[in-house]
Design a binder for this molecule. Structure first.
Ligand code: NAP
Ligand code: MG
Length: 497
C-alpha cells in the first residue's frame, strides 16, 4: 500500500476562511491504520486557536450574511457543496480509506450518504418556518425559527466524513456557524469538507475546523462561553463529561453516543436473509460502528442451523487491503483499539464463553503491518458477561439463545444503551409487537440498514439524545421565538389605573 499523492503533507487549521498554523506551531501525525505508517502532519490547536475559531464563528453569526440570506440561497450553496463532493468523490473515498482503514466499499457508501445529507438539508432549508397560534381577539401571534448560534461539533473516528456531514449540513441549513473538531485519529476529510464548503460559497468564519486533543481543546469548546450549542458524537463516557462541562453555561447539547445493539432472530425468520443481514449488522465497518448489532439472540429451534451458516459465512469474509474493491473487512483504527477488542474477547473466554471463529489477529504477509482483527463469533455466553454489556467497537459478536418472545424483548432491553435494534421475522404482527417494546431509537425489521438520509437517527437511554440525519435535526439547530403583538384599536391598560 503506497501513500497516495492526494494526501497533503500538512493540514493546517481552517479559521475564518483561511488555512493557518496553530499559534504554537505544534503538529501531530495522523496514520494509515492499514499500514501503521504516518500519512500526514496535522496542526495541533491550543486554546488560543480555539478562541480565534470561536471568535470567527461568532462574528460570522452576528455580523455576517449567512443567517440573513434567504433560505433558498443557503439551499443553493448546500447543493453546490454536494455537487463538488460528487466531483471529488474518488478523492474523498480514497482519503477516508487511507486515514481510517475502512474498506473502499464502506467508504463509498458513507461518502455517498454524506453527499445526500447536504442535498437533504438543501431541500429542508426552505421548510424552516414558524407558525401562527390562535390568540384572543385583539392579539396577533407568530413563531419564528432563529439559528441556535455558534455550534461546536465534535465527531468520532469511525465515520469521519459522514459524521461531519451529519453535523455540518443541518447547522448550515439552520443558519448557524460552526467550529468543527474531528477526531485526532481521522482529521483529514474534515479539512477537505471545509475546503469544499469554502469553494461552494460558504462565507468566511461560518465553518472553522480545529484539530488537537479532545481532552484539551474538545473540553475547552464544551465550556467556552462563546459557544451556544455542542453537538457531539462519540463514547458515552465522553458524552457524560460534555454534559457536565456544558451545564455551566447551559449550552444546548445533542449527544449521539455508544451502543450495544441487539439483533433478534425469530424461528419464523427467512434463515438465509437473517444470516446475511446479521453478518452485515455486526461486521460492517469492521464492527466499528455505533449501531453494530453486537448481541445476536437466536430462537433455540434454529440456533444450531443459524450458527452453522453464520460461521461458514463469517469465514468467507474478505479481509485485506482496504483500497481493493473486493475487500469487505478493513483494518482496526489503532493498535490500542486492537488491544481493547482482544481484551474483551479474552474476558468472554475467561467467563466461560467459546470462540467459534476469529478471536485473534489475522496471520499472513498482508497483515504484518497495521492493525487487524479477525471477524469473531462467540457462543456459550450470556447477556450479563462484560463483553455482552460493554461496547467493544470491533468485529466481535456474542450469540445467545432465547425461547419466548417476551424473553427476547427482555434480553434485548437489558443494557444501558438504546441506539438500534434489529428484528428478523416473517410474522408482521410479531415484528411490530416486538418493535413497540424495544427501547431503541432505531429499529430495523428484516433489514440490516439503519441510517438513510431523511430518517431520524439517535438513541434512547445512555445512547444519548437528539436526532440527526432528518428534518427533526433542524429544530435542534434553531431557537423558537414566540412573538405576541397587540393589534387592538385602543392601547391596553392591564392595571386599569
Ligand atoms: P470519543 O473517544 O468519545 O471521541 C469523540 C470525539 O470527542 C473526538 O473528536 C475526541 O477527540 C473528542 N473528545 C475526547 N474527549 C473529549 C472531552 N473530554 N471533551 C470534548 N471532546 C472530547 O469517541 P471515539 O472513540 O472517537 O468514537 C467511538 C464512539 O463513537 C463509540 O462509542 C461509538 O458508539 C460512538 N458513535 C456514536 C454514533 C451515534 O450516532 N450514536 C455514531 C458514531 C460513533 P480526540 O480524538 O482528540 O480524542
Ligand atoms: Mg475513543
Amino acid at each position: 500500500m503506497l501513500k497516495s499523492s492526494i494526501v497533503k503533507e500538512m493540514y493546517p487549521l481552517f479559521i475564518n476562511g483561511e488555512y493557518v498554523q496553530s499559534s504554537s506551531e505544534e503538529t501531530f501525525p495522523t496514520y494509515n491504520p492499514a499500514t501503521g505508517k504516518p500519512l500526514a502532519q496535522i496542526a495541533k490547536a491550543n486554546r488560543e486557536d480555539v478562541d480565534q475559531a470561536v471568535k470567527a464563528a461568532r462574528l460570522a453569526l452576528e455580523k455576517g450574511k449567512w443567517a440573513k440570506w434567504p433560505a433558498s440561497r443557503r439551499a443553493q450553496i448546500l447543493n453546490r457543496i454536494a455537487g463538488i463532493m460528487r466531483e471529488r468523490f474518488e478523492e474523498l473515498c480514497e482519503l477516508e480509506v487511507l486515514n481510517s482503514g475502512k474498506s473502499l466499499s464502506a467508504a463509498q457508501g458513507q461518502v455517498h450518504q454524506a453527499i445526500e445529507d447536504f442535498e437533504l438539508y438543501a431541500g429542508a432549508c426552505t421548510t424552516l418556518s414558524g407558525q401562527t397560534k390562535p390568540v384572543p381577539n385583539g392579539f396577533f401571534h407568530y413563531t419564528k425559527k432563529e439559528p441556535v448560534g455558534v455550534c461546536a461539533q465534535i465527531i468520532p473516528w469511525n465515520y469521519p466524513l459522514m459524521m461531519a456531514a451529519w453535523k455540518v449540513a443541518p447547522a448550515l441549513a439552520a443558519g448557524c456557524t460552526i467550529v468543527l473538531k474531528p477526531a485526532s485519529l481521522t482529521p483529514i476529510t474534515a479539512y477537505v469538507l471545509a475546503d469544499i464548503c469554502h469553494e461552494a460559497g460558504v462565507p468566511s468564519g461560518v465553518i472553522n475546523v480545529v484539530t488537537g486533543s479532545g481532552a484539551d481543546i474538545g473540553a475547552y469548546l464544551t465550556e467556552h462561553p462563546g459557544v451556544d450549542k455542542v453537538a457531539f458524537t462519540g463514547e458515552t463516557n465522553t458524552g457524560k463529561d460534555i454534559m457536565k462541562n456544558a451545564s455551566a453555561t447551559l449550552k444546548r447539547i445533542t449527544l449521539e453516543l455508544g451502543g450495544k445493539s441487539p439483533n433478534l432472530v425469530f424461528a419464523d425468520a427467512d434463515l438465509e436473509g437473517a444470516v446475511d443481514g446479521s453478518l452485515f449488522g455486526i461486521f460492517y465497518n469492521t464492527g466499528q460502528s455505533c449501531e453494530a448489532r453486537s448481541r445476536l439472540f437466536v430462537h433455540e429451534s434454529i440456533y444450531d442451523s443459524f450458527i452453522e451458516r453464520f460461521v461458514e459465512k463469517t469465514k468467507k469474509l474478505r479481509l485485506g487491503n482496504p483500497l481493493q474493491k473486493t475487500t469487505q473487512i478493513g483494518a482496526i483504527i489503532s493498535a490500542a483499539q486492537c488491544d481493547t477488542i482482544d481484551s474483551y474477547v479474552q474476558s468472554a473466554i475467561a467467563e466461560g464463553a467459546r470462540v467459534l471463529c476469529g478471536g485473534k489477529r489475522p496471520e499472513g504477509t498482508d497483515f504484518q503491518e497495521g492493525h487487524w482483527y479477525e471477524p469473531t463469533v462467540i457462543v456459550d455466553c450470556h447477556n450479563q458477561m462484560k463483553a455482552a454489556q460493554e461496547e467493544i467497537f470491533g468485529p466481535v459478536v456474542m450469540i445467545m439463545k432465547f425461547k419466548e418472545e417476551q424473553e427476547a424483548i427482555q434480553l434485548a432491553n437489558e443494557t444501558e444503551f438504546g441506539l438500534a435494534a434489529a428484528v428478523w421475522t416473517q410474522d408482521f404482527s410479531r415484528a411490530h409487537r416486538v418493535t413497540e417494546k424495544l427501547k431503541a431509537g432505531v429499529v430495523m425489521i428484516n433489514t440490516p440498514f439503519s441510517a438513510m438520509p431523511g430518517l431520524p437517527f439517535g438513541g434512547y437511554k445512555q445512547s444519548g439524545f437528539g436526532r440527526e440525519l432528518a428534518i427533526e435535526s433542524l429544530d435542534l439547530y434553531s431557537e423558537t421565538k414566540s412573538v405576541l403583538s397587540f393589534i387592538g384599536p385602543k392601547p391596553l391598560n392591564p392595571f386599569g389605573v
